[in-house]
Design a binder for this molecule. Structure first.
Ligand code: B1M
Length: 212
């Protein structure tokens, strides 16, 4: 790994937003390929962040600041990636379900998925089943639903039913998570995957699209 990619990698690990954006800008100015900055700098670092989180070396705050630092770098290279036609691993539409306004965990999951190489479309909070159906119709690979309230998790099942009724169930995979959600619940409502935290969600999404 070149020195500049190493600097980007290490800046993401410690959540140094300015270090990441300066490093990415320097790499771009030096003519380093945007795909290389993405894969060897940003994505590699987020995968290490995920590993440290799962090993108990990092906690939610460390993961959050690393993800924010990574996003600062993404902002710089996104237009270059689009121009170069660098393909993302897949498209994920993520949202917090109807009636639920909690978005910290959902944002973190979205950032980790972006860090894993997905294009993430953030539908926001209080997302109705119809809005998820619309996203499924737009051609995303994964619908990712987050819920933090025991009173709102039934909206996940309602959304899956709405996707089925719209004949879109075979074209998207569905991932669910959030504090009150369990593997058993995910299976009961017919989701394709469950993850307990943001790092596991990114891994699960990779598994779902066959890139794990
Ligand atoms: Co609310 N709230 N809240 N709240 N809130 C909880 C969730 C609660 C457990 C607090 C409590 O009573 N102990 C409780 C829910 C009880 C229950 O239903 N079992 C609760 C309640 C009751 C409420 C209100 C009803 C309170 C009221 O008004 N009476 C109200 C509801 C509003 C609504 O949504 N309609 C409410 C409001 C709020 C605030 C607006 C004040 C604020 C939200 C701010 C925001 O999100 N922008 C808030 C907060 C901050 C919390 C707590 C304190 C923290 C949630 C959080 O951000 N955690 C929470 C108590 C707690 O968790 N200790 C609580 C950090 C975050 C990183 O974790 O979101 O769990 P989490 O996400 C994790 C995993 O769950 C997972 O990965 C994430 C990262 O590792 N994950 C996924 C999440 N989504 C995933 C999706 C995946 C996979 C993994 O795949 C797609």
């Amino acid at each position: 790994m070149t020195d500049i990619l190493k600097t980007i990698f290490e800046s993401v690990l410690v959540g140094n937003k300015k270090g990441v954006s300066d490093g990415v800008q320097q790499a771009v100015d030096a003519g380093v390929d945007a795909g290389e900055i993405l894969n060897k700098g940003l994505i590699a670092a987020m995968s290490e962040v995920g590993r440290r989180f799962e090993e108990g070396e990092y906690f939610v705050p460390e993961m959050l600041i690393a993800a924010r630092a990574m996003s600062a770098g993404m902002e710089i290279i996104k237009p270059l990636l689009v121009k170069a036609g660098v393909e993302t691993i897949g498209k994920v539409a993520i949202g917090t379900v109807k009636g639920d306004l909690h978005d910290i965990g959902k944002n973190l999951v979205g950032m980790m998925m972006e860090g894993a190489g997905f294009e993430v479309i953030d539908l926001g909070v209080d997302v109705t089943p119809d809005r998820f159906v619309e996203a499924a119709r737009s051609g995303v690979n994964i619908i990712a639903m987050s819920a933090l309230l025991t009173t709102t998790i039934p909206s996940m099942e309602a959304t899956i039913k709405a996707i089925e009724v719209s004949n879109l169930r075979d074209s998207v995979r569905i991932l669910v998570g959030g504090a009150p959600v369990t593997q058993a619940y995910a299976e009961k409502i017919g989701a394709d995957g469950y993850a307990a935290d943001a790092s596991a969600a990114a891994r699960k999404a990779l598994e779902i699209v066959g890139r794990s």
